[in-house]
Design a protein around this ligand. Structure first.
Ligand code: GRF
Length: 215
C-alpha cells in the first residue's frame, strides 16, 4: 500500500500540527496550509521541512471563494487525508462534501458538549467534573460529525481556564496523532457515512470517576 498523503490546515500556534509532525506517521505530510499569514505553526512546519503556505481568507470576497481557493491549494498535494489542527474557519458544505470521509478535526471538549469557542471557560462555568477533547470526522455541522476518539480529564476544584486548557491540550497531542495513524494504516473508516469503524482497537476497561469515590 502506498504511503498516504496528508495536508494539515492550521490558523495559529500549531501545537497539534507539531504533534502530528513528530509522530512519525506512516505517511507523507505533503503540506501545511494556514488561513492566517501570522500563524506561528507555519515556521514550525518549515523547520520540519514541510512546505507551508498561506491562503488568506481576508483576500476573498466570501466563504465560497475562499473555500474554492483553499481546496485548490489542498488538491495540488493530492491528499488522502486532510487534518484540521486548530483551523479556525467555518467552511462551506461544498468544501466539506469534497473531503467527506477523509477530513478529521480536533476539538477541545467532549463533544457533543461545548461545540464552538471558549470550551474550557464554558466547562468550568457549567461545573462539569470531567472535560476533554474529541477527534471527529468533519461534517457540515460545526464541531459535530462521527466521533473517532476522545480523551477525558478530571476537572480540579482549583482549575483556571488555562490549567484546564493545558491538561486537555496534552491529551489532544496524544489522540490526534493516534487517530491519524489508524487512518494511515487503513484501519479507520466511516461506514455508511455515519458510523466510525476502527479495526483492532480495544476500549479502555477503566472508568474515570471524578471526584474519586474513596476520598
Ligand atoms: C486546540 O485546542 C484545538 O483543539 C482547537 O484550537 C487549539 C489549537 O491549538 N481547535 P494549536 O494551534 O494546535 O496549538
Amino acid at each position: 500500500m502506498a504511503a498516504k498523503r496528508i495536508v494539515i490546515l492550521i490558523s495559529g500556534r500549531g501545537s497539534n500540527m507539531e504533534a502530528l509532525l513528530n509522530a512519525r506517521l506512516p505517511a507523507t505530510i505533503a503540506a501545511v496550509i494556514s488561513n492566517r499569514p501570522d500563524a506561528g505553526g507555519l515556521e514550525i512546519a518549515r523547520r520540519h521541512g514541510v512546505p507551508a503556505s498561506v491562503v488568506d481568507h481576508r483576500q476573498f470576497a466570501g466563504r465560497p471563494e475562499f473555500d474554492a481557493a483553499l481546496a485548490a491549494a489542498i488538491d495540488q498535494h493530492a491528499p488522502d487525508l486532510v487534518l484540521l489542527a486548530g483551523f479556525m474557519r467555518v467552511v462551506t458544505h461544498a468544501f466539506v462534501d469534497q473531503y467527506s470521509g477523509r477530513m478529521l478535526n480536533i476539538h477541545p471538549s467532549l463533544l457533543p458538549a461545548f461545540p464552538g469557542l471558549h470550551t474550557h471557560a464554558r466547562a468550568l462555568a457549567a461545573g462539569v467534573r470531567i472535560h476533554g477533547c474529541t477527534v471527529h470526522f468533519v461534517t457540515s455541522a460545526l464541531d459535530q460529525g462521527p466521533i473517532v476518539a476522545q480523551a477525558a480529564v478530571a476537572v480540579q476544584p482549583t482549575d483556571t481556564e488555562e490549567d484546564l486548557a493545558e491538561r486537555v491540550l496534552a491529551q489532544e497531542h496524544r489522540i490526534y496523532p493516534q487517530a491519524a495513524r489508524w487512518f494511515c494504516e487503513g484501519r479507520l473508516s466511516l461506514s455508511g457515512g455515519a458510523r466510525v469503524v476502527i479495526d483492532g482497537v480495544r476500549t479502555s476497561p477503566a472508568p474515570l470517576l471524578s471526584p474519586a469515590l474513596d476520598g
